[in-house]
Design a binder for this molecule. Structure first.
Ligand code: GCU
Length: 430
C-alpha cells in the first residue's frame, strides 16, 4: 500500500503540473514580512487628471474605477432582466409569536426559465411605524437555517454535502433548520425596529466551479464555453442577485426603499461590497470579515492572497483576475478603491482579531485609504488614524471595528451594525 503510494508520487507531480497547480509561497502572518507597496491614488485618474471636485469624481474617476474592477476582477454582469416575476409563496401577519410579519417570495429571473429562481424570506417588525428600514443579506446554507421557525421553507437547491448534518446528496435536510441562527439574531433585529431580508446564495449560483453553466450564468448567452475573460464570476452573480432582491423590495409598500442596508459575511461580505459599489439603492454597506477580494488590501499579501483565492475558488472572479496572481503590483486598483466606490454612502467594515486569513489590518487600511474620497465628497471619513483597540467601534461615515474572537458573525457585530444604521437611518437630517 505504502509502496504503491510512493511509486505514484512522480505521477501526482506530473498531473498537478499539467493542471497548472503552481507552488505558492507560504502564507505570511508576519507583519514585518509584508512587502513594501504603493497604492494607486483614488484621486488621480489613469490619464493623470487630479480629481479635485465631486463632479470630477462622479463623472470621470468613479466610472473609471468601477469599469476597472468590473473588467479585471469581478466580471461584467447583465442589467436588470426584462422578464422577472415575483410570486408570493407564503405569508403570516403573526409570525414569531406576533412579533413579525413573515413573507416568502420566489423571484423568477426569466419567465422562460422558471426553474432558475431565488426564494426570499422577509421578516418585518409588527409594531414599528411603516415603512421600515431593512437589512438585506445572503445566507450560506438555506433560508431555513437562519431561524428555527418551522414555517421557513427548506431549500431544494444544491447545498454542499456535510455528513455531520446528514447531507449526502446535495439536498438540505430538516435537521439543518436553525443551524445558522447565531449569525441571524432575528428577534433582536426586529426589536431594534428593522426588518430582515435574506436569500440562499446557492439559489443564484451554486458555489462550485462548473464552467459558468449553472445558476443565473446559464440564463445568458455567454455561459459555459462562451464565457469570456471579463464575464461575471460567482461573486458578481451573487451581487447581481442582491440587486434583484431590491427590485422586489421596491414593490413592497411596508419597506422604505431609501433605507436598505446590505450586509454579508466572508465571501458574502465581498459580495455585499461589490453589490454596494454597483447599486446605489443600497444606502448602507456592511462587510463582515470579508478579507481577500473584499475589504483587505491585496498588495499586503498577508493571509490569503490573490493567487491562493484564484486557485481555491477559480469561479469567484473573472478570468482576467488570474493575471494578478503573485503580481498584485500590476493591479490598477486595490481594495481601498472598492470602499471608495461606496462613497459618500455610509460603509462599515468589521474584522475579528483571530481571523488572520482575512488580514484585519489590511481591512482597516482599506478604510483609511478610502477616506480622501469621502472627504472630497464632504462626507467625513473614518475618524481614526490607527487601528482602534479591540471591541471599540468607530462610528464615523466609514465605520470600523475589530472584535475579539474568530471568523464569524456575532451578536456584538450586529449590535454595532444596528447602532451604525440608527445613526444614518433615524437621524432627521439625513
Ligand atoms: C475561505 C476563503 C475566504 C472566504 C471564506 C468564506 O476561507 O479563502 O476568501 O472569505 O472561505 O467565505 O467563508
Amino acid at each position: 500500500m505504502r509502496r504503491s503510494f510512493y511509486a505514484a508520487i512522480p505521477l501526482l507531480i506530473m498531473v498537478s503540473s499539467l493542471c497548472g497547480a503552481q507552488e505558492l509561497p507560504p502564507v505570511n502572518y508576519d507583519e514585518s514580512k509584508v512587502p513594501a507597496y504603493e497604492l494607486p491614488d483614488p484621486l488621480v485618474a489613469l490619464d493623470g487628471t487630479r480629481i479635485t471636485t465631486p463632479a470630477l469624481w462622479f463623472h470621470k474617476r468613479r466610472p473609471e474605477i468601477l469599469e476597472l474592477f468590473t473588467r479585471e476582477m469581478y466580471g461584467r454582469a447583465p442589467g436588470k432582466p426584462e422578464r422577472m416575476k415575483f410570486e408570493l409563496l407564503e405569508q403570516s401577519d403573526h409570525a414569531l409569536g406576533g412579533r413579525a410579519l413573515r413573507r416568502q417570495v420566489r423571484i423568477v429571473f426569466d419567465t422562460r426559465h422558471p426553474e432558475v429562481a431565488m426564494e426570499v424570506l422577509l421578516y418585518l417588525p409588527s409594531h414599528t411605524p411603516r415603512p421600515v428600514p431593512v437589512f438585506v443579506g445572503l445566507n450560506f446554507r438555506g433560508n431555513h437555517t437562519i431561524h428555527p421557525d418551522p414555517a421557513i421553507r427548506i431549500t431544494k437547491s444544491w447545498v454542499r454535502n456535510d455528513r455531520r448534518l446528514g447531507i449526502t446528496n446535495n439536498q438540505a435536510t430538516p435537521q439543518t433548520r436553525g443551524i445558522a441562527a447565531s449569525r441571524w439574531p432575528v428577534e433582536y433585529i426586529l426589536s431594534r425596529g428593522y426588518g430582515l431580508v435574506t436569500a440562499y446564495y446557492g439559489d443564484i449560483d451554486p458555489d462550485f466551479h462548473d464552467g459558468f453553466r449553472n445558476g443565473v450564468h446559464g440564463l445568458y448567452p455567454n455561459a459555459g464555453d462562451k464565457h469570456g475573460p471579463e464575464d461575471w464570476g460567482s461573486i458578481a452573480a451573487w451581487a447581481w442577485g442582491l440587486s434583484r432582491i431590491v427590485d422586489y423590495l421596491e414593490t413592497v409598500p411596508e419597506i422604505d426603499r431609501n433605507r436598505i442596508a446590505v450586509i454579508g459575511h466572508s465571501r458574502l461580505g465581498k459580495t455585499a461590497l461589490w453589490a454596494g459599489a454597483n447599486d446605489q439603492r443600497f444606502s448602507i454597506v456592511i462587510s463582515n470579515n470579508s478579507g481577500c477580494g473584499g475589504a483587505a488590501l491585496s498588495r499586503r499579501r498577508y493571509g490569503e492572497t490573490v493567487a491562493r483565492i484564484n486557485r481555491s475558488f477559480p469561479h469567484w472572479f473573472c478570468d482576467n483576475f488570474k493575471k494578478y496572481n503573485e503580481n498584485e503590483s500590476a493591479l490598477p486598483f486595490d481594495q481601498h478603491m472598492l470602499i471608495a466606490l461606496i462613497a459618500p454612502r455610509p460603509v462599515y467594515v468589521a474584522s475579528a482579531v483571530e481571523d488572520r486569513w482575512a488580514d484585519p489590518r489590511g481591512e482597516f487600511l482599506s478604510c483609511l485609504h478610502a477616506e480622501p474620497v469621502y472627504r472630497l465628497l464632504g462626507a467625513g471619513g473614518l475618524a481614526l488614524n490607527a487601528m482602534p483597540p479591540l471591541n471599540t467601534p468607530a462610528f464615523s461615515r466609514i465605520g470600523y471595528h475589530i472584535r475579539t474572537g474568530r471568523h464569524d458573525v456575532t451578536l456584538f457585530d450586529w449590535a454595532q451594525y444596528l447602532t451604525f444604521a440608527d445613526r444614518y437611518f433615524k437621524d432627521e437630517n439625513r
